[in-house]
Design a protein around this ligand. Structure first.
Ligand SMILES: [Zn+2]
Length: 271
């Protein structure tokens, strides 16, 4: 478990007497750094960042408030909890896979370290919609080993990852198919499975493009590990997106022209 240190300067902190649970949050910001969170919370008059950890969209994990200190993240529940914040706005956004994986790993690490099993969402302990309705709570709290465990020998209890009902197709592909149909680029079956019709329905995107298809393209880049900081997947194809597209194209041996045409879409779709 790699946890990146930060160099944040805190005001007075007090020692947390017990640690019996982990509470998960979203930042309610599409993109944010450890330093920004620290500044926001200092501006609230707090001693500094109220969360103990930040999990960014690219899967990087940062230490914020010292782990031994009482946090400032869930009123009435700070005295015995560790607060973990996820970059993003998960009332509306979809969490990229690297962030889900890193969150799952961090939660498993903290559970083991403190010998605890209780993981809650902020909204489980207070009146808030944090961490948002799209927050993949089950995925993050599933055993970290489930995703990588070998297939089950016959007759054994199925692992958590295989026990949960398999979503049909891929959620991102489904969103893309829906949007391409809605915008008139295709009339394809929305099944979450990328195929030739999906590819044919993807319009060419270039700098200056705006909207939901651009946003989906950006989400895919982020999920594949290409940072769009500081804007994130905002649906607007600007210079940051252009640079990320070129980097992606170069990595896939495509002409790095920054134009998302059929060849680039084919790679994004994994065809
Ligand atoms: Zn929260």
């Amino acid at each position: 478990m790699k946890i990146n240190e930060t160099n944040l300067k805190f005001g007075s902190l007090s020692n947390r007497g017990s640690t019996s649970r982990i509470i998960l949050h979203h930042a309610e910001a599409t993109s944010c750094t450890p330093e920004q969170i620290h500044q926001w919370h200092l501006a609230n008059g707090w001693s500094g960042a109220g969360y103990h950890f930040l999990v960014r969209k690219d899967g990087a994990v940062y230490a914020l408030r010292p782990e031994w200190a009482v946090g400032a993240h869930a009123q009435g529940a700070n005295s015995d909890s560790i607060g973990v914040c996820f970059e993003g706005r998960y009332q509306t956004e979809e969490m990229p896979q690297p962030q889900i994986d890193a969150g799952r790993e961090l939660v498993a690490y903290l559970k083991g370290k403190y010998g605890l099993s209780k993981v809650q969402r902020h909204k489980d302990v207070g009146s808030t919609d944090c961490p948002g309705k799209n927050f993949p709570f089950e995925d993050i709290t599933a055993a970290a080993t489930a995703a990588t465990s070998p297939s089950n020998p016959a007759g054994s209890k199925p692992a958590a990852a295989t026990a949960k009902p398999a979503a049909k197709g891929d959620a991102w592909v489904r969103s893309l198919q829906t949007e391409c149909n809605a915008q008139g680029f295709s009339k394809q079956t929305v099944d979450g499975i990328a195929g030739p019709n999906t590819l044919a329905g993807c319009p060419t995107l270039r700098k200056g493009a705006n909207g939901n298809i651009t946003k989906l393209m950006q989400q895919r880049l982020v999920a594949l590990g290409y940072s769009l900081a500081p804007y994130g997947a905002d649906g607007s194809f600007g210079d940051v997106t252009l640079a990320a597209v070129k980097k992606f194209q170069k990595a896939r041996d495509l002409t790095a022209d920054g134009i998302v045409g059929q060849n680039t879409w084919r790679e994004l779709l994994g065809l």
